[in-house]
Write a protein that binds this ligand. Structure first.
Ligand SMILES: O=C(O)CCC(=O)C(=O)O
Ligand SMILES: [Fe+2]
Length: 508
C-alpha cells in the first residue's frame, strides 16, 4: 500500500511539474523537450494499447473464422476425423444422400438447391504419406495412405480379399473379354493383338457418314468418344473442329481434313498443341453389372465404393458397371485421363438421356476412379502417374530429353509416381477438382495416368468409375428421369433395372 501511495504522490508531483512547464513552455525553449517527451510517451502508450487491442480482436476473429471453416468443410460425420479415428462410412453415406431438386424448381430455387442438396464428398489427403484408418468392412479397419495430393490419390491395401479378387476374375472370364481398341497405331511393336491403324483417308471416310465427300460438324460430333474402344481422341477432335470453324463453307474437304488431322498427328515436339493424341492401349476387357441380381461379390464391391467415397448411393448405383481388364505380357495403356474436360460441344454420356444432345458429342464424365488390383503381374504392369505432385502442370515438361512421358511403353520408369500392383489393393483418385461449391469442377490435369507394360505374368484390374455431370442440373434431371422410370417399372414388375448404362454398354 505504501509503495502505491508513494507512486501516486510521485505521479502527482510529476503532473504538477508538467502543468507548470506547460504554462512556461510557450516561451521557454529549454523546457520544451521535457514536455514533448512526456506527452509523446503518453500518446505512444495509448496508441500502443489501441494497436494491441486491434490485433487481439483480429486474431480472435481469425480463430473463429478458421474454426467455422474447418467445421463446415469437414462436416460432423467425416469419413476420418484424424489419424486412427474412423467412423462408419457406409451407414453415414446412405443417410446423407442428396436428393435431386423437385421437377418444378425455378432458377432461384435451383441455385439454393445447389448448395443445400448437392454436395460431393471429397476425402482429405492431408499430406503425402498420411495414413487414415477407414472402416468399410464390419469388424475391421483399413489403412488408407495418401500417395499424392495432385491428383488426390489414395492407396488402400487389402481392400479386397484374395477370394473376392478370384471371384471377380472368374466372372469376367465367364462373361468373356474383348480387345480394348487403341486410338492410334503402335509403332512396330510385336503384339498379341494387332493395334488398329487408320490412314488419314480412312479416318475421313469413317467420319463422312453420308459419304458425300465433305465433313459436316454433325458428322464429326456424332463420332468420337474419348475412351473405351474409340479411335478419335478429344485432342484430335478439338483440332478438327477448330479447322472446321476456320472454314468458310462450314465443311471440310479431304484436303482441308488432311491439313488439320495430319497436324494433330505430328510428333509432340513439333507442334504446340496438346499432348496425348497418341493414346495406345493393348489389353482385353469386359463389363460386369453390379445391380440387383448380380453376384453378391460384385454388389459388395459397389457398397464398398459407396462406403469409401461417401458418395450418395443414387450416384454410385447409376454409374457405369465395373470394367475388368486383363493385361498379358507386353500389354499396357499409354497415359490418359479417365474423364473429360467439359466443352461447349460435349455432353456426358451417362446423362445424355436427360438432355437435348442431338448436336453434341458424348464424353465420359467420371468424378473419381476406384481401381482394384485383382492380381499382380510377376513383373511390370505398374500404374504410373507421370506428373503427380509436379509443382506446376506444363505439357512441355512431359517431353524430357525428347521422350514423351505419356508413352508408357518407352518411359514408364521416368514418371513421378509408380504403383506396383498388389492383389487386393485399391487405389482411389479424383479425376476432377472441386468447383469450390461442393460439386465437380474442372478435369484435374494431374490425374493423367497409364499402365507400364506387363513384363511377366498376367495383371487383372477392375475399375469402378463414379459418373457425375459437371452440370448439376443435368445430373438432377437425369436422376429424376431414372426415378420416374423406376416408379413406372416397379408398378409392373418387382425388379429394378437401372437405365443408365445398360444401353451405353451393349455388351453387358
Ligand atoms: O491397369 C491400370 O493400372 C490402370 C487402368 C486404367 O487406367 C484404366 O483402365 O483406365
Ligand atoms: Fe485409366
Amino acid at each position: 500500500m505504501e509503495e502505491i501511495q508513494e507512486e501516486f504522490l510521485e505521479q502527482e508531483e510529476e503532473e504538477s511539474i508538467l502543468s507548470k512547464n506547460l504554462i512556461s513552455s510557450r516561451y521557454n525553449a529549454p523546457f520544451r523537450s521535457t514536455r514533448m517527451h512526456i506527452q509523446r510517451s503518453n500518446v505512444c502508450s495509448r496508441a500502443y494499447f489501441v494497436v494491441v487491442m486491434v490485433f487481439f480482436h483480429v486474431y480472435i476473429l481469425n480463430v473463429i473464422a478458421l474454426l467455422l471453416y474447418v467445421h463446415y468443410n469437414n462436416g460432423p460425420g467425416d469419413l476420418v476425423s484424424a489419424d486412427g479415428d474412423a467412423s462408419a462410412p457406409v451407414r453415414d453415406s446412405r443417410s446423407r444422400l442428396p436428393q435431386p431438386a423437385p421437377p418444378s424448381a425455378g432458377k432461384l430455387h435451383d441455385e439454393e438447391d445447389y448448395s443445400q442438396s448437392f454436395s460431393l464428398h471429397r476425402i482429405e489427403g492431408i499430406r503425402v504419406g498420411h495414413i487414415q484408418q477407414v472402416s468399410i468392412v464390419p469388424e475391421r479397419t483399413h489403412e488408407m495412405k495418401t500417395l499424392s495430393l495432385k491428383p488426390l490419390l489414395f492407396e488402400i491395401p487389402g481392400f479386397l480379399s484374395e477370394e473376392e479378387c478370384r471371384v471377380v476374375v472368374q466372372l469376367a472370364q465367364l462373361k468373356g473379354l474383348m480387345n480394348s481398341q487403341p486410338l492410334t497405331p503402335s509403332q512396330g511393336q510385336e503384339s498379341n493383338q494387332p493395334l488398329l491403324s487408320f490412314s488419314t483417308e480412312e479416318v475421313f471416310s469413317l467420319l463422312d457418314l453420308n459419304q458425300d465427300g465433305f465433313l459436316q460438324k454433325q458428322e464429326i460430333l456424332s463420332h468420337s468418344r474419348s475412351r473405351d474402344g474409340t479411335w478419335l481422341s478429344p485432342d484430335s477432335l478439338r483440332q478438327i473442329l477448330t479447322g472446321l470453324e476456320a472454314c468458310l463453307t462450314g465443311m471440310l474437304t479431304l484436303g482441308d481434313f488432311r491439313q488439320v488431322y495430319d497436324v494433330s498427328h505430328q510428333p509432340q515436339q513439333q507442334r504446340s498443341g496438346k499432348l496425348h493424341t497418341h493414346f495406345k492401349q493393348r489389353s482385353r476387357h469386359t463389363w460386369l453389372y453390379q445391380g440387383p441380381g448380380s453376384h453378391h461379390v460384385l454388389q459388395t464391391l459397389r457398397k464398398r465404393v459407396m462406403g469409401l467415397t461417401r458418395l450418395p448411393s443414387s450416384l454410385v448405383e447409376l454409374s457405369e458397371p465395373l470394367q475388368v481388364n486383363r493385361y498379358e505380357p507386353r500389354d499396357f495403356s499409354s497415359s490418359h485421363y479417365d474423364s473429360s474436360s467439359s466443352l461447349p460441344e460435349t455432353t456426358c454420356a451417362h446423362t445424355r438421356l436427360a438432355g437435348n444432345t442431338s448436336a453434341l458429342t458424348e464424353v465420359s464424365c467420371r468424378y473419381l476412379t476406384v481401381l482394384f488390383y485383382l492380381s499382380s503381374a510377376e513383373d511390370g504392369g505398374e500404374t504410373t502417374f507421370p506428373v503427380a505432385d509436379n509443382r506446376t502442370y506444363d505439357e512441355q515438361a512431359l517431353i524430357q530429353d525428347g521422350v514423351d512421358l505419356t508413352d508408357t511403353q518407352q518411359t514408364c520408369g521416368k514418371g513421378n509416381l509408380r504403383i506396383k500392383p498388389t492383389t487386393g489393393t485399391a487405389l482411389l483418385w479424383y479425376n476432377h477438382l472441386s468447383d469450390g461449391r461442393g460439386w465437380m469442377g474442372e478435369l484435374d490435369e494431374y490425374s493423367l495416368h497409364g499402365d507400364c507394360p506387363v513384363r511377366r505374368g498376367v495383371k487383372w484390374v477392375a475399375s469402378s468409375w463414379v459418373n457425375v455431370d459437371p452440370d448439376h442440373q443435368q445430373q438432377a434431371r437425369y436422376q429424376r428421369l431414372v426415378a420416374q422410370r423406376h416408379q413406372t417399372k416397379s408398378g409392373m414388375e418387382d425388379q429394378y433395372y437401372p437405365l443408365s448404362h445398360s444401353d451405353l454398354h451393349l455388351d453387358l
